[in-house]
Design a protein around this ligand. Structure first.
Ligand code: FMN
Length: 175
């Protein structure tokens, strides 16, 4: 199947990207078509609520990198949302991409399944992001295939030595 990882971290080579890459590697081994999109590095602004997309077959009037993201999501079977926790939630960069999915609110999604990968410095900081994810995926009828939350990410690269990476690989291998 076609899998797309949306990496919401702006820090390349950071803990979230390490986790995303481990997932990608393992899912590719299973023969899936896997693409990682570093949305944390892209130019995607939030939805302007003009609702032109509703009248125009889902075409958004904003001309930015979301066109590239949406093209891939329109053929994606399973989306992986990967993000560091910023102030008890996903990053603004990833949230902007999700807000722009409003352009598919009427037209509908190709995506059928999803996974959430989160990492943070502290424990007990994942509630807002996991609750949000469950509500969103329920609403759009995406089947949740797994949620992994990894605390203890003190510095860039801490993830590389963390046992949670095995859990991430196992989840990808289960697809
Ligand atoms: C702007 C900002 C906000 C953060 N907010 C939190 C937070 O609320 N709770 C927490 O435990 N860690 C927080 N962190 C730490 C990151 O979640 C953590 O270091 C993560 O592993 C960084 O991922 P990265 O290496 O992909 O950038 C924050 C980091 C930044 C830069």
């Amino acid at each position: 199947m076609k899998i797309t990882i949306l990496n919401g971290s702006p820090r390349m080579g950071g803990n979230t990207e390490i986790m995303a890459d481990a997932f990608l590697e393992e899912a590719q081994k299973k023969g899936h078509d896997v693409v990682k999109i570093n949305v944390g590095q892209m130019d995607v602004i939030g939805c302007m609520a003009c609702e032109s997309c509703f009248a125009n077959d889902g075409v958004c009037v904003i001309e930015d990198d979301m066109t590239e993201v949406m093209t891939r999501l329109d053929e994606t079977d399973l989306v992986v949302l990967a993000s560091p926790i910023y102030w008890f939630d996903i990053t603004a960069q990833l949230k902007a991409v999700i807000d722009r999915l409003y352009a598919r609110a009427i037209k509908g999604f190709h995506i059928k399944e999803s996974i959430l990968l989160l990492d943070a410095m502290s424990d007990g900081v994942f509630n807002a992001a996991t609750t949000w994810y469950k509500d969103v995926t329920d609403y759009v009828h995406w089947t949740d295939r797994g949620i992994i939350c990894v605390p203890g990410m003190e510095a860039k690269g801490t993830m590389a030595e963390h046992p949670a990476l095995e859990e991430v690989r196992d989840l990808a291998a289960s697809l």
